[in-house]
Ligand binder design. Structure first.
Ligand SMILES: [Zn+2]
Length: 135
């Protein structure tokens, strides 16, 4: 996987798995707020910084309608999460120190900031790589 090399994550083991709509439905029913949102899960990553592995889950339909460019961008995004995992872990740990009522709000905020930041960085890296290739 080229993003693993580009991000110098050679010490990590990457495990790829697929999931389907049934998994999404289960997740949605356990999170009551997700029913009102149109958020579509295409891929997720679960990282263990301690044991240096990352499990990347990809929705089985992601490959059907997405162009190669989109798949590459998604892959870059998920690997970017792995790179940022130590920082994300610290922020999760700090949130545990808050009173539970405040924690909920900050968890949501923290998650959306992480997604936004990761997406922006992935877009920048992908466009830089594209410019590099066209030279
Ligand atoms: Zn993400």
């Amino acid at each position: 996987m080229r993003w693993k090399k580009i991000f110098k994550l050679d010490d990590y083991t990457f495990i790829f798995t697929k999931f389907d709509d049934e998994v999404i439905n289960k997740k949605n029913s356990s999170l009551d707020q997700s029913k009102s949102s149109n958020f579509i899960i295409c891929s997720t990553v679960d990282t263990s910084t301690e044991y240096r592995y990352a499990i990347i889950e990809v929705h089985e339909n992601s490959f059907d309608d997405a162009s190669n460019k989109n798949i590459d961008n998604k892959a870059c995004h998920e690997v970017m999460h792995v790179l940022m995992a130590p920082y994300a872990n610290i922020s999760w740990k700090l949130l545990q120190e808050l009173p539970s009522q405040e924690r909920k709000v900050y968890k949501k905020w923290r998650k959306s900031e992480e997604e936004e930041f990761t997406s922006r960085l992935a877009d920048i890296i992908c466009s830089l790589k594209k410019t590099q290739r066209s030279k």
